[in-house]
Write a protein that binds this ligand. Structure first.
Ligand SMILES: Cc1ncc(COP(=O)(O)O)c(C=O)c1O
Length: 414
């Protein structure tokens, strides 16, 4: 079995920071292996939100009184933290949304609605989450644009030869791909893919739902055009997400209309606020933005290189541990080309049954199609169970997973 460095056996972040990890499930210590769905929050995030609610909460931007000014400063301060975290050129490139899904819908409706026409192609991939497929289907139906897909190899990677061919033959207007698969953990070579797309005049949207929480992501180094991600997968609260977009895209029309996104309104027409507020209609998730700011502080203090290294070490360990479980199939690339996600099936046991047995042992894994039905179809499987890792995950928790799987084999007499 692979030996881990002693420092890698432990969690990267102090586990005491995460109150929920101290609880038990079915009389067993909780082993939380579902961070790819939603991460747990450290007390620093919980306290930042509670302190804000207790001391400074008010609606933002509108009030010329102290509380509202403090709330606005906290809300806009969080935006600055996020901008620094992804190395945005300008804080105005950071738009608050509810989540990755809303960020992608914003681009599909606003940019897509204004720029796509009959016969235009949006190039996606077979490993995309439904939230990077369905918004494009909707806008394609409205505009007459067409979708094409980069195929995934048997080993779970995007077929780069096919990608180069598709760029030449389809001449897409936009390439929208994930920076990390939520099912296979695949890390496509997005830097090269972006340069290739730009060479044929296509813009690139990166789905950063899984990458921004787990890897250093630098929008300037990547040179992408849009990046979408969610607060709840990166130690922050649900209800807050981000769309980063280049300032050059200021010309995009608004997505939702209402308060705060306007400069002037008359009965029959309106003019729009500056970026980013032009895309932030109505009262936003103020406390949640503050919480996400605290989560960014927490991750930055750990160091994103260290976060990635920790998860790669755990993944290498997990792949070895799981390889020793008879009848188990793990999907996706080798550890060095994937993030901290392992999807697997065990014999003919249904993934939901497997997750229930593991839950009885205190181990929380996700089971199902993981909002990636086209990918399940590609591998001719209805579902997988998925274990995913984060800064608080330990090698001992992966041992607990492997032991739970051996118990499942016994129960199902495999
Ligand atoms: C790769 C990927 N994209 C998009 C999403 C959607 O994120 P949200 O539900 O926060 O909008 C997820 C969530 O699991 C994801 O893993």
């Amino acid at each position: 079995m692979k030996t881990l460095e002693p420092s890698m056996l432990a969690a990267l972040a102090p586990r005491e920071d995460f109150p929920i990890l101290a609880r038990e499930v079915h009389g067993k210590p909780l082993v939380y292996l579902d961070s790819a769905a939603s991460a747990q929050k450290p007390r620093q995030v919980l306290e930042a939100m509670e302190n804000f609610q207790r001391t400074s909460y008010a609606n933002i931007h509108r009030g010329a009184y102290t509380l509202s000014e403090e709330a606005t400063a906290a809300y806009e301060g969080a935006r600055k933290k996020v901008a620094r975290f992804i190395n945005a050129r300008n804080v105005r490139e950071v738009v608050w949304t509810r989540n990755t899904t809303e960020s992608i819908n914003l681009v599909a409706n606003s940019w897509g609605g204004a720029n796509l026409k009959v016969g235009d192609v949006v190039l996606l991939s077979e490993i995309e989450h439904h939230s990077n497929i369905v918004p494009w289907q909707l806008i394609a139906a409205r505009t007459g644009a067409r979708l094409a897909y980069i195929p995934v190899t048997d080993g779970g990677e995007l077929d780069q030869e096919a990608y180069a061919r598709l760029l030449e033959t389809e001449r897409p207007k936009l390439v929208a791909v994930t920076q990390m698969s939520n099912v296979l953990g695949t890390l496509p070579p997005v830097r090269e893919m972006i340069a290739q797309a730009h060479a044929v005049g296509a813009l690139v949207l990166l789905d950063g739902a899984q990458s921004v929480p787990h890897l250093p992501v630098d929008v300037r180094a990547l040179d992408c055009d849009f990046l979408a991600f969610s607060g709840h997968k990166m130690l922050g609260p649900s209800g807050i997400g981000v769309l980063w977009a280049r300032r050059e895209l200021e010309a995009m029309p608004p997505f939702l209309g209402g308060g705060d996104m306007i400069r002037e309104v008359s009965l029959h027409s309106s003019t729009w606020n500056d970026l980013p507020w032009k895309f932030e209609a109505g009262t936003p998730a103020i406390t949640e933005a503050v919480g996400l700011g605290a989560a960014v502080d927490y991750l930055s203090a750990l160091g994103m290189e260290q976060v990635h290294a920790h998860e790669q070490a755990l993944t290498a360990y997990a792949l070895e541990r799981l390889a020793a479980v008879p009848d188990l199939t793990v999907y996706g690339p080798p550890a060095e080309r994937r993030g901290g996600v392992c999807s697997f099936t065990l014999g003919d046991i249904h993934a939901h049954d497997l997750a229930t047995i593991l839950d009885n042992a205190g181990v929380a894994v996700r089971a199902g199609h993981h909002c990636a039905q086209p990918l399940m179809e590609r591998y001719h499987i209805p579902a997988t169970a998925r274990a995913s890792f984060y800064v608080y995950t330990t090698a001992a928790e992966i041992d607990a997973l492997a032991e739970g799987l051996m118990q499942a084999r016994e129960i199902f007499a495999l």
